[in-house]
Design a protein around this ligand. Structure first.
Ligand SMILES: [Zn+2]
Length: 260
């Protein structure tokens, strides 16, 4: 399975795009989150992925740096639709209600009349399992106290915690994972500058310590600040190595990683 990061930044970044990504395998694509707007179209174009390929979309939570780009993708899917089969948008109840309402309100009727036939909104429950892109996904509530948010596991090997720090309520999903996708707002050495804890985010050090405790093999960190993108990979990797003995990945926007 291949992971392509469309964006790697937090909500307010301007030097990279908001965190969202594509998983693809068996010639099928899953888009996870959409970032905050129209720039998703540019990110997809640069990644050489067409909106028409995105038959599966999953949205973790309602925050605008995750959900608004999806409205653009849905608009393009419905606008360009010919006969490429059905499209599915998955999320928990709150996400689906907001997204469907936004789409029906903001997109032309010519397109929205295809909702329910060409494009289907699917509400998923905590702990629900669904087969997507040839793999078994299990969605779980990360128990956020900001906005309801779901993460997921893939084949019990790959885990995505969304954009909030690991907490012990999700230990059973995370423990011993081959791959963990986790947020890291900034370096621990720069926590005074970026105040990650005020925003319920964590540092590279925090994320790496949790990964070490949970016996993770490969750790992917994202949803970061963007004040030093040029050296982010090197600086974050160097801090993380002090606390985590597995492999650390600090992807740039548009970077791909083979999750093998
Ligand atoms: Zn976010």
């Amino acid at each position: 399975m291949k992971l392509t990061m469309l964006g790697t930044g937090n909500a307010l970044v301007t030097k990279c795009y908001n965190t969202c990504f594509i998983l693809n395998d068996n010639n099928e694509y899953l888009l996870v989150d959409g970032g905050g707007g129209n720039q998703i179209l540019s990110q997809l174009e640069q990644a050489k992925i067409s909106c028409g390929d995105l038959h599966n979309i999953f949205v973790t939570h309602k925050h605008i740096d995750h959900i608004l780009g999806i409205v653009w993708v849905i608009r393009i899917i419905l606008q360009n639709h010919k006969n490429e089969g059905e499209y599915y948008v998955y999320g928990h109840k709150e996400v689906i209600e907001i997204l469907e309402n936004m789409c029906r309100t903001l997109i032309r009727e010519k397109e929205t009349k295809l909702i329910g036939t060409v494009l289907k909104f699917i509400t998923i429950e905590n702990n629900e399992e669904i087969d997507l892109i040839g793999h078994r996904f299990r969605f779980f509530d990360i128990h956020s106290d900001k906005a309801a948010q779901f993460g997921f596991t893939i084949d019990n090997e790959i885990v995505c915690c969304g954009d909030e720090p690991y907490n012990d309520t999700i230990k059973d999903f995370v423990k011993n994972a081959k791959w963990l996708m986790h947020e890291a707002f900034c370096l621990d050495s720069e926590a005074d500058l970026f105040n990650p804890y005020e925003k319920k985010h964590s540092t590279v050090k925090d994320a790496c310590k949790k990964a070490q405790e949970n016996n993770i093999k490969n750790l992917i960190l994202y949803h970061t600040e963007d004040k030093n993108i040029k050296n982010r990979k090197e600086l974050y990797t160097a801090e993380g190595r002090q606390y985590f003995s597995g492999n650390i990945y600090i992807p740039d926007d548009l970077e791909s990683i083979d999750l093998i």
